[in-house]
Ligand binder design. Sequence first.
Ligand SMILES: [Zn+2]
Length: 119
Amino acid sequence: MEEFITHKEFEKETYSCRNCNCSLDRDEIENWKCPRCGNRVIIKISNKHNDNYILVRVLPSELRKSDSVFLDDSNFYTVLGVNDQFSGERIYANLEEYGSFHFKDTWINVMWRNNEGVY
Ligand SMILES: [Zn+2]
């Protein structure tokens, strides 16, 4: 039940920063933050069904309750709670309609919801 990939990059992604009101190239982005201001990069993706989504990428330790995680089955799952007792290395989150999910130390695709600011 933990085979989903959470850090997938999609074929058609475009990157921007709302704070700087600019487009960004993939090769100038590190750690999914804007190289100019440090806000999270807004990522527009199209999946294989040509559905469009707007994501940000966060680390497991940055996951928050009520975030919507985009798993590899192209569904969003709401985070009901995060168990971070393992402090960043292994995070267990309780996902609505999914159950417990073990996040490894990789980037997680999360629905953008005005959460591009670095917290
Ligand atoms: Zn910026």
